[in-house]
Design a protein around this ligand. Structure first.
Ligand SMILES: Cc1ncc(COP(=O)(O)O)c(C=O)c1O
Length: 372
């Protein structure tokens, strides 16, 4: 199979069915195929990949990414479409992920997978696995492209050889709270605001989707869980006053007709969901705003009622209401809760985005159709 300048060898049968529970736990149900490709730093043509049965990788103990963290990934979804005469499966805005993958690779000094190669790989992967793209209303196929340095050399430096993989999992609700996700049947996420840990800092890797950012978030996340929180909301590294984002999601709040999210500052991941929500906001008569958000003003706004709703968003989490924030008024002070009870606009945004992802009223160019 050849698509543009990516040659793909098919070594795996097309799956015809996949068994999983009605509420699959996020990231646990893999489709039985994996796309694999090796490439070199600086390579611009002659890309050769394969669709293989899901399974083991042949890695040496010296594999450079395991030691020095040259590892980046993406997360995007393929949806069954609700439109009768349109394509029956489409991937949501993959061009943005392809572009972010290149930007992440550049920051980490890794081989760059050209955007058209990325798109060919994921489209062919979804087409091959079309039969197992879920039909259930609230399920989708979550795609996980991954790139890591694969030199067998124990010395810090940019690897020459890389492995590019695409795998897929069945996605239901991200928060493990039942059938319909956090919006419908969960009271909302409880979020701890950290004045101790930071996720990113100016000049660091916060804007890249690289493994180390997530490794650093595991301890804060676990500590938040001991306080009954589902997620951590990170502040800026220098003043610990301005809101950046959550460990794996962007942050929004509703202030009257304003739909506000922290402005990109090099420390925040440029979420595809974030930019989609900003673009869709006028459809709900909301004014999209990107601002420098002070946590003191945020808490005050929630307490005096001028801020009515808060939510997190991302490919995995879609649009998830935040029902409570657990925070310290200042570093070293005691923690207290502030509650957010309204979710009206958050729910409308969830519905709007979900419909758009399934072909109902999607802006031109947002859905990348897949041959089935
Ligand atoms: C740190 C972080 N922020 C935000 C997001 C949301 O980005 P997207 O909407 O592209 O999934 C993610 C998820 O990928 C993330 O890991």
């Amino acid at each position: 199979m050849t698509t543009s300048n990516l040659k793909i060898t098919v070594n795996a049968p097309k799956p015809t069915s996949l068994n999983y529970p009605p509420h699959p736990k996020f990231g646990t149900v893999f489709v039985p195929t994996v796309f694999k490709m090796t490439l070199e730093r600086g390579q611009t043509s002659g890309f050769k990949g394969s669709l293989d049965p899901m399974g083991g990788l042949d890695l040496q103990p010296g594999t450079s990414a395991l030691h020095y963290g040259q590892s980046i990934f993406e997360g995007l979804k393929a949806f069954r479409q609700k439109t009768g005469d349109g394509p029956s499966i489409a991937i949501f805005r993959p061009e943005l992920n392809a572009n972010r993958f290149v930007e992440s690779a550049r920051r980490m000094m890794m081989a760059e997978v050209p955007e058209h190669v990325f798109l060919d790989a994921i489209t062919t992967f979804v087409s091959h696995n079309a039969a197992v793209v879920p039909h259930a209303e609230d399920h989708s196929l979550y795609l996980r492209p991954l790139l890591f340095g694969a030199d067998d050399v124990i010395k810090v430096g940019a690897a020459q050889k890389y492995v590019f993989l695409v795998m897929g999992t069945i996605a239901g609700s991200y928060f493990n709270t039942g059938s319909k996700g956090v919006t419908q049947d969960h009271g909302g996420a409880k979020v701890m605001i950290s004045r101790e840990y930071v996720r990113a800092f100016p000049g660091g890797t916060g804007e890249a989707k690289t493994a180390g950012n997530y490794a650093a978030s595991i301890r804060p996340q676990a500590e938040a869980a001991t306080h009954g929180c589902d997620q951590v909301l990170y502040l800026d590294a220098q003043e610990k006053e301005y809101v950046d984002e959550l460990g794996g999601m962007n942050f929004f709040f509703v202030r009257g007709q304003d739909l506000v999210t922290p402005a990109l500052n090099g420390c925040i991941l440029k979420g595809v969901t974030r930019s989609s929500i900003l673009e869709l906001a006028p459809r709900l008569d909301l004014r999209p705003k990107e601002e420098k958000v002070s946590v003191t003003d945020l808490i005050r706004g929630i307490e005096d009622g001028s801020i009515q709703e808060c939510f997190a968003c991302g490919t995995a989490a879609v649009v998830s209401p935040i029902s409570a924030l657990y925070f310290q008024d200042k570093k070293g002070g005691g923690y207290r809760w502030v509650h957010v009870s309204n979710t009206t606009i958050t729910q409308r945004l969830y519905k709007l985005l979900s419909d758009v992802q399934r072909g109902l009223g999607s802006p031109a160019g947002w859905l990348h159709s897949v041959n089935v």
